[in-house]
Design a protein around this ligand. Sequence first.
Ligand code: ZN
Length: 150
Amino acid sequence: MSHDLDSLYQDIILDHAKRRLNSGLREPFEAEVHHVNPTCGDEVTLRLHLDGDVVRDISYDNQGCSISSASASVMTELLIGKTAAENQPVFDAFLEMMRGKGQVEPDEDVLEDAIAFAGAAKLTARIKCALLSWMAYQDALARAQEDSHV
Ligand code: ZN
């Protein structure tokens, strides 16, 4: 990765860590989960509001490092307003990139700003930071869908 690209990615992460888009817990919601990354001390409480299959809102309250805060911000920006099915390829691509140890060539068309975490994928200690809110979303989605189908 070129130095310029690295610093561009770093700017995106710092910008999102500062702005924390969609942060703060809101109502209504169908599922609330709390996830912890003990390696770094990051914590997130995340609420998911579904309207049929559409993700109407993802609200969260988090404490932790810049990577975990930025990741939650980017994720909500990407996933809110789309159906769970439309979000699945984005989720899968992010997971694949983060678990690829920097060997996976990320697709910017799918990942948009989330591509900025490509650098973090090479730092084993930061992978869980970047994945924390995404795993919380997946967990909340499973719970919300379980409840609506019972
Ligand atoms: Zn962290």
